[in-house]
Design a protein around this ligand. Structure first.
Ligand code: DOR
Ligand code: ZN
Length: 435
């Protein structure tokens, strides 16, 4: 709170709320301290005529780094995130080496602490015979994505092993996130074959199979589902969908073009359109930002890696799509801010007093996506030329961290999982951080 003649740090002036109300948002100490008439402040931003959204959590990104830093690293990946209105990224564990040991997880946290420009959380991997409890104490926010079948840098887990991991994580009260696919046979020579081999039916079957194996049960989240059929087979577990499965289909690329190669694959235009029909059932939109270089994507189809970059374009493309389809922007905020926060246990960013003061301010107009202007090392985008609304200003913890192409230092935080035990507690013999 602001007392006496004290000033707050920042006021967002004339913010239009999703319900039509207009008010000022005052910020102090990294949090919203008042909503109404703005307090006296050291800094003001006029938001008249703009869309002000809470900073997004992208709960599915691959920040690469280490031997893969040509594709991306924490610096380039989080610049890309901020320039797209994302203030929290959740890194996936299929790194080289994978994040399945306490040592590799700890090293990943060190890398992120050193170079991330935005807030972050990190997932741990899961493999047969691993010590789930020890890894849990390092602070992963979730286990997964756990692969039911091999994908880029991800090894498929054996059914028996999966049941064991789900049980161990359930006993800790944790969350497992699942990459559900069940590929069939065939020669993976182009986008049509890729879609047929790693079919939407196989994906839905894998979702059902994982739910059956999950007998204890563990809390589950299904990553990047590519069809309405798969979404509807997830029962009451949470589901995530990507902008590429909502906005692209395989016929947007020439059949042998690996730039459209991703797991799960791009589907037909009909399947893509059906995915919009279950918009209300979708808990989370995440990008599955999986950058590969132009050189890697220029190889012959069977040799090129799967994955597309997307952290910077997720909100800009979805905001433009919501405007075009007359979808309430609040539903976009639920799927990219509030639901991921609830699912992962990250403090909420939003428009109310006490919430994390992460915001992105978007102009009324649209600009086309230009891959070579994005900040990812990938240097290309599968959404080239599509209409998007990029933020002018991004605020993280009350600090302006991005303004019209320029980045400013902020105070990135690590959102660790509930199991985390710090060095001090460890020395004092603590067994769990938070019961
Ligand atoms: O296409 C994909 N690429 N799907 C995944 O599950 C992994 C990702 C990657 O890391 O490249
Ligand atoms: Zn995946």
């Amino acid at each position: 709170m602001v007392t006496g003649s004290g000033r707050c740090d920042l006021v967002l002036r004339d913010v239009s709320f999703p319900d039509g109300r207009v008010a000022d948002i005052s910020v102090r100490g990294g949090k919203v301290c008042h909503v109404g008439a703005g307090y006296p402040s050291f800094q003001e931003i006029s938001c008249r005529g703009k869309t002000v959204l809470p900073g997004a959590i992208d709960m599915h990104v691959h920040m690469r780094g280490r031997s893969q830093k040509e594709k991306e690293d924490w610096g380039s990946g989080t610049r890309s995130a901020l320039a797209g209105g994302v203030t929290v990224v959740v890194d996936q564990p299929n790194t080289i080496p994978p994040l399945t040991t306490p040592a590799s997880f700890r090293e990943r946290v060190r890398e992120a602490r050193e170079s991330s420009l935005c807030h972050f959380a990190i997932n741990a991997g899961a493999e047969e015979g691993m010590d789930v409890g020890t890894l849990w104490r390092e602070g992963p926010i979730a286990f997964g994505e756990i692969f039911t079948a091999p994908s880029s840098y991800g090894t498929g887990i054996r059914p028996g092993a999966l049941a064991g991991v789900l049980r161990s994580v359930a006993l800790l009260g944790g969350l497992c996130t699942i990459h559900a696919e069940s590929p069939g046979e065939g020669r993976d020579v182009d986008l049509l074959a890729h879609n047929a081999i790693r079919s939407a039916g196989g994906e839905a079957a894998a979702v059902s199979w994982v739910r059956q194996v999950n007998s204890y049960p563990c809390r589950l989240h299904f990553c990047h589902l590519s069809s309405a059929e798969a979404v509807m087979s997830a029962g009451n577990d949470t589901v995530e969908v990507t902008p590429h499965h909502l906005l692209l289909s395989l016929d947007d690329f020439s059949p042998s073009d690996p730039h459209g190669k991703v797991n799960p694959p791009l589907r037909t235009a009909t399947v893509r359109e059906e995915l919009w029909s279950v918009w209300e059932r979708i808990d989370v939109l995440a990008s599955d930002h999986a950058p590969h270089t132009c050189r890697e994507k220029d190889q012959a189809f069977p040799d090129a890696p799967s994955g597309v970059p997307g952290v910077e374009t997720m909100i800009p493309l979805c905001l433009a799509a919501c405007r075009k389809r007359h979808i309430p922007v609040t539903t976009l905020v639920e799927k990219t801010c509030w639901n991921p926060a609830r699912i992962l246990g990250i403090p909420k960013a939003g428009y109310s007093t006490g919430e994390r003061a992460d915001f992105a301010i978007y102009p009324p107009g649209e600009t086309p996506v230009r891959g070579d202007e994005l900040h990812s090392r990938a240097g290309w985008s599968p959404f080239e030329g599509m209409p998007a609304v990029f933020p002018d200003i991004v605020i993280m913890g009350g600090d302006i961290v991005y303004r019209e192409g320029d980045f400013f230092p902020g105070r990135p935080q690590w959102f660790m999982g509930r199991g985390y035990i710090g060095e001090t507690q460890r020395r004092n013999g603590a067994d769990t951080a938070r019961p």
